[in-house]
Design a protein around this ligand. Structure first.
Ligand code: EPZ
Length: 451
């Protein structure tokens, strides 16, 4: 990163080296009003990657200018495309890729960059992407992606930290059984298979809405794909795809879920708009089980009235349509304030309880045994300085700060929360919360906690 401030579109500013941002939250202010949910980050990322397969000018609509999307844009520019963020969460993508090797500095910022391998391999017959490595929520290997590409006839080597895939004579359709329904592997293989010779069948495929959205994007370019949203996806490879000029990304179900949980805990009358309720069924079911009866679910919005009490329940994270791991930390905050005991079992990632230590600092009572968290409900949380350790853990700590008594400081929000939430402090402030963003020197984390 450079020493100077680096201004990206839509006023996203990356900090100077050694500087970080934190949120200072004065808790207990009620949330009221309307919030428009932005487009899904986890659908935007692979669809931006798949735009390598489109020719001509393409406008992707509903692409939020979150940091991860800016990183993807930078990588696409490096590969030779022109990518411009326009008003209203639109991105204009033009040109054709000139290179098939993605740079380590950019890929290391975000694991989803590995999903460039499928489209690059399909387009060039070769691709070189740095091995993405582990991250704090788990080891997150890419073996299933690699096995999939090998089944399609690619030769894979690892050279100086890069995964190199070659299929000079083109890819050939194959039957691929995924050991786990990996979201990323399903998408990467799909993007490669649309231009392979013959039919590809992906068994035990991921059913997440973000997989379906990518599939629909590819279908709009003429790809032949069936079975989207089920565990078996059939793809008939084409010689080429047709250019398209517009595609609109689905709403972000995780952002929506985050605001819904916030609204239940500290809302007065909150309307969460531009959502797809169908994608949030597992959350609605669990909230109902906990005794939340005031949600009014309509066509494209949910009206949330704050609840006074709710009870402890058991939640197990699972691939879609199960309860999403990306809402597990936020749900843990909710259950920390429930009457009685709750259990959360995290089955998707092996280390996604990093927020627990921080929630303890706020007065939550949680113990962990392997992948299970036992939560003893408390009457209230009390403000304290806490550290965002990953994107959703950070979001959960913000929710905890909103509902806690006193002042909570959430550190490192630019590193984590900004990756997936658009100007969260502004959105919450508009709804009545008292949240300020403040820059601090990395060494000087904690202020005197006064607003
Ligand atoms: C996607 O990650 C999301 N990221 C994650 O969102 C989300 O938590 C995850 O799916 C699960 O829903 C994007 O869409 C960009 P996986 P992905 O492959 O594709 C294991 C967020 O907060 N696995 O479905 O990386 C893996 O280790 C993020 O927005 C292998 O073993 O997830 C994990 O335990 C974080 N080998 C499980 O499968 C592989 O080759 C599911 O991972 C691939 C995955």
């Amino acid at each position: 990163m450079q020493e100077t401030d680096f201004l990206e579109p839509n006023n996203i500013t990356l900090n100077k080296v050694g500087m970080r941002d934190k949120f200072i939250i004065e808790g207990r202010h009620k949330l009221k009003g309307e919030i428009d949910i932005w487009g899904s980050k986890n659908a935007s990322l692979p669809i931006m990657a798949a735009s390598l397969l489109n020719s001509g000018d393409l406008i992707l609509d509903n692409v939020p200018p979150v940091k991860d999307n800016l990183t993807m844009a930078e990588i696409l520019r490096y590969l030779g495309l022109s990518v411009e963020f326009l008003e209203g969460d639109k991105v204009l993508i033009k040109g054709e890729p000139k290179g098939y090797r993605a740079p380590y500095e950019l890929v290391s910022r975000m694991r989803a960059s590995f999903e460039l391998m499928g489209p690059l391999l399909a387009y060039f017959g070769e691709a070189e992407i740095p091995y993405p490595g582990g991250c704090r929520i788990g080891l997150r290997p890419v073996d299933l992606h690699i096995k999939g590409f090998e089944s399609l006839g690619a030769e894979i080597t690892v050279d100086k930290g890069f995964v190199c895939a070659r299929a000079k004579k083109g890819l050939k359709g194959a039957k691929i059984h995924l050991d786990k329904p990996s979201v990323g592997a399903t998408r990467n293989i799909m993007m490669a298979a649309v231009l392979a010779q013959g039919e590809t069948i992906i068994e035990n495929a991921a059913c997440e809405p973000e997989v379906v959205d990518l599939g629909n994007f590819l279908k709009s370019m003429g790809a032949e794909i069936e079975g989207l949203g089920t565990s078996t996806i059939y793809i008939k490879g084409k010689k080429e795809l047709q250019p398209i000029d517009y595609y609109k990304i689905i709403p972000d179900r995780i952002a929506a879920g985050t605001f819904i949980i916030a609204g239940i805990m500290i809302g007065k009358d909150l309307v969460i708009k531009n959502i797809e309720p169908e994608h949030l069924q597992s959350l609605f079911i669990k909230l109902k089980e906990a005794g939340v009866n005031s949600l009014q679910i309509r066509d494209r919005e949910v009206r949330v009235k704050g609840e006074k009490v709710w009870k402890g329940i058991e939640v197990t994270t699972m691939p879609y349509p199960g309860f999403p791991t990306d809402l597990q930390p936020q749900m843990m905050v909710f259950l920390s304030l429930a009457q009685g005991t709750s259990l959360i079992v995290e089955t998707v990632f092996e280390n996604r309880f990093l927020h627990v230590g921080e929630l303890l600092r706020l007065g939550a009572k949680i113990s962990i045994d392997g992948r299970t968290a036992l939560i003893q409900g408390v009457e209230k949380l009390k403000g304290a300085p806490v550290e965002a350790t990953d994107l959703r853990a950070g979001a959960a700590l913000v929710l905890a700060g909103l509902v806690a008594e006193g002042v909570t400081e959430v550190l490192d929000v630019d590193e984590h929360i900004d990756r997936g939430y658009v100007a969260l402090e502004e959105k919450l402030s508009t709804l009545g919360a008292n949240v300020k963003r403040v820059s601090y020197e990395e060494g000087k984390k904690v202020s005197d906690l006064s607003l």
